[in-house]
Each structure stands twice: as structure tokens, then as C-alpha cells.
Design a protein around this ligand. Structure first.
Ligand SMILES: CC(C)(COP(=O)(O)OP(=O)(O)OC[C@H]1O[C@@H](n2cnc3c(N)ncnc32)[C@H](O)[C@@H]1OP(=O)(O)O)[C@@H](O)C(=O)NCCC(=O)NCCS
Length: 128
């Protein structure tokens, strides 16, 4: 059902993790996941990675890997609330920056929530 949290809900869901894989993912201390629930149902999620920094200054920054609001619950403040909880966590842990490799669909949302475009570009390489 993760397709319902995607830009295009008509794509097939990615499939459930095994119990062990889910345990390993959630048990990883560099992984942060927040869920937004309403009446026992999932309406949104946010997944970040903690990235250690090499140089002086804050000890780490966050990479916002993915987030999504259920397709029936968009534009009602769920995404903004998830970001607010993430930012509260950042303040508590003395982390000052969060990066997101945003898709085009979500760029305006991030900008509304205070993100700004950086000079660089994000490149990707998938091994064959
Ligand atoms: C992007 C996404 C997470 C936004 O979640 P949401 O719960 O609808 O966002 P909110 O309701 O909290 O919106 C916060 C603000 O952004 C604006 N906004 C939200 N989506 C927007 C969009 N696609 N284009 C322009 N503005 C948008 C809202 O109008 C709101 O502005 P306001 O506070 O001035 O009224 C949601 O559309 C989604 O799940 N998209 C599919 C998955 C995706 O693209 N994820 C991001 C991967 S990088």
C-alpha cells in the first residue's frame, strides 16, 4: 500500500518487508521514521538518515530520504506536521541542517515549508 503515499498511486506497491528486514531497518540507529496516524490509520510517514559530518560544527545533518501523505489526506497539513516533528528532533539533538533530494512534484511543498534550492545537483548511479 506504499503506492498510496507516492506521487502516482497507480503504480504497484513495493511489497511488504519480512519481519527480520523490518526489524533490521527500524533497529538501525542512523534511521529515523515518523508516522502520522489518525483514528488508527496511517495518513503519513517521514524517513530520514542521520549523516555524520567530518568537519567542525554540528556533529551530523539529516538526509530526508522519503516522505508521503496518504493520497486522501493531502493538503491538510500532514506533511508540514511531520516536518515540524523532525525539526523538533533536530533541535533536541543539535542538528542544524536537513537535505532532501526532492522530486519535482514535491518541490513547491518543501519550499512552502522553508527549504531552499542549493547550488549543486543531485546525481545518481545505479550499478548494473
Ligand atoms: C509532498 C507531500 C508529502 C505534501 O504533503 P501534504 O500533507 O499534502 O502537505 P501539507 O498539507 O502539509 O502542505 C504544506 C504546504 O505545502 C503546500 N503544498 C503541498 N503540496 C503541494 C504541492 N504538490 N504543490 C504546491 N504546494 C503544495 C500546501 O498547500 C501547504 O501550503 P500552506 O501551508 O500555505 O497552505 C504529498 O503531496 C505527497 O505525499 N506526495 C507524494 C509523495 C512525494 O512526492 N513525496 C516527496 C518525495 S521527495
Amino acid at each position: 500500500m506504499d503506492n498510496l503515499f507516492d506521487e502516482d498511486p497507480s503504480v504497484a506497491p513495493s511489497g511488504a518487508l519480512t519481519y527480520d528486514a523490518a526489524r533490521s531497518f527500524l533497529g538501525d540507529p542512523t534511521v529515523l521514521v515518523w508516522l502520522a496516524e489518525l483514528d488508527g490509520g496511517l495518513v503519513g510517514f517521514l524517513h530520514c538518515c542521520i549523516q555524520r559530518r567530518r568537519n567542525a560544527g554540528p556533529w551530523a545533518e539529516l538526509l530526508l530520504m522519503e516522505m508521503g501523505t496518504h493520497v486522501d489526506w493531502r493538503r491538510r497539513g500532514v506533511g508540514r506536521s511531520l516536518l515540524a516533528v523532525m525539526e523538533e528532533w533536530m533541535r533536541e539533538h543539535r542538528i542544524r541542517e536537513v537535505w532532501v533530494p526532492a522530486n519535482v512534484y514535491a518541490t513547491a511543498f518543501y519550499e512552502k515549508c522553508g527549504f531552499a534550492k542549493d547550488e549543486g545537483e543531485i546525481l545518481v548511479k545505479a550499478l548494473s
